[in-house]
Design a protein around this ligand. Structure first.
Ligand SMILES: Cc1cc2nc3c(=O)[nH]c(=O)nc-3n(C[C@H](O)[C@H](O)[C@H](O)COP(=O)(O)O)c2cc1C
Length: 322
């Protein structure tokens, strides 16, 4: 599939997830063949005001390219300004993606993220401005709508296409649903049938067979996996393999999972301060070991540890007993 002038052979992408898809996790997913990586969402206002934390979220490594940088915001002027003054000066990322799906109250209360689904005209203005200034393809990530009574993804997608975007990701849930219920893949199909730019289908791909079904049922050009990739980066390799060959590769063994988990820990410690890295690793470890023998006990144990070597040792011992 193509996004602007960029060609993607592997059409299984990693979804942007704040607090999850940092540089380290993206590098781990890259080794599993993921086609395109997205950064965590980055505040357009944070960029505008040169916030230090915002800049840290934008670190991209050569090895992980191509990467889409996701911004959020709702002020067309601010977004045009940062596109022209900041984003155009960075060559590390290949695509500017605009977040119009985040349901978090702290985002929505400012009119950002999924709140934009309530103001299609403003969506048009934002996309037009960013496209006008950007020297890279611009894509947009939307939801099915705001709530059950306002399921306007098709209308919004047409506006986004007319405003010059190069692709649209559709998460088949309303804002009201947050992450509950089932993603409505039929809405993804309807969007795909109504626009001619590529559509990336998103929502509820947890095993490779889901990914295949999502493409078959909706005709989408690529799929994006979020929660199904947490502690499970193998999902990219396995889904791509299934799509290309029809063969379902076996799930990784517990040993393999712990080995990658240890690798993840060591990599994170080279990128971040060790104390912070160990703390941030807790949630990732819980995802890697989910469903393994004595995982609840193990989870409690790692939550008390703040030393990297000790944590690594405990993971090795857990592997030997798995
Ligand atoms: C912890 C978490 C953080 C997320 N952060 C973002 C984000 O920064 N930007 C975004 O567009 N979507 C974000 N999402 C939504 C995902 O990208 C995705 O649309 C959603 O999880 C549905 O896909 P899934 O069923 O494969 O998880 C987040 C989801 C989760 C669970």
């Amino acid at each position: 599939m193509k996004i602007g002038s960029l060609e993607f052979e592997d059409n299984v992408f990693l979804a942007p997830m704040a607090g999850v898809t940092d540089l380290t996790f993206r590098l781990i997913c890259k080794e599993m063949g993921v086609g395109l990586l997205y950064t965590e969402m980055i505040s357009s206002k944070g960029l505008y005001f040169n916030d230090k934390k915002t800049h840290e979220l934008m670190k991209i490594e050569e090895k992980e390219k191509p990467v889409a940088l996701q911004i959020f915001g709702s002020d067309p002027e601010v977004m045009a300004n940062i596109t022209n003054d900041k984003l155009n000066k960075i060559d590390d990322f290949a695509i500017v993606d605009i977040n119009m799906g985040c349901p978090a109250p702290k985002i929505v209360k400012n009119g950002d993220g999924s709140a934009l689904m309530k103001t299609p005209k403003l969506i048009g203005r934002i996309v037009k401005e960013v496209v006008k200034y950007s020297n890279k393809p611009v894509t947009v990530k939307i939801r099915k709508g705001w709530d059950d009574n306002n399921q306007n993804a098709v209308e919004v997608a047409k506006i986004i296409e007319d405003a010059g975007a190069s692709a649209i990701t559709v998460h088949g849930r309303t804002r009201e649903q947050f992450y509950s219920g089932k993603a409505d893949w039929d809405m993804i199909r309807r969007v795909k049938e109504n626009i001619s730019i590529p559509v990336i289908g998103n929502g509820d791909v947890f095993v490779p067979e889901d990914g295949k079904k999502l493409i078959e049922e909706t005709g989408c050009d690529a799929i994006m996996i979020g929660r199904g990739a947490r502690g499970n980066p193998w999902i990219f390799k396995r889904t791509l393999h299934l799509l290309k060959t029809g063969e379902l590769l076996p799930e990784p063994s517990d040993e393999e999972k712990i080995d990658v988990c240890i690798k993840h820990l060591n990599l994170l410690c080279t990128i971040k301060n060790e104390k912070i890295a160990v703390k941030e690793m807790r949630k990732h470890i819980a995802w890697y070991i989910k469903g393994m023998k004595n995982s609840a006990e193990m989870r409690n144990k790692i939550n008390t540890i703040s030393d990297k070597d000790e944590l690594e040792e405990i993971l090795y011992r857990y592997k030997q007993n798995s």
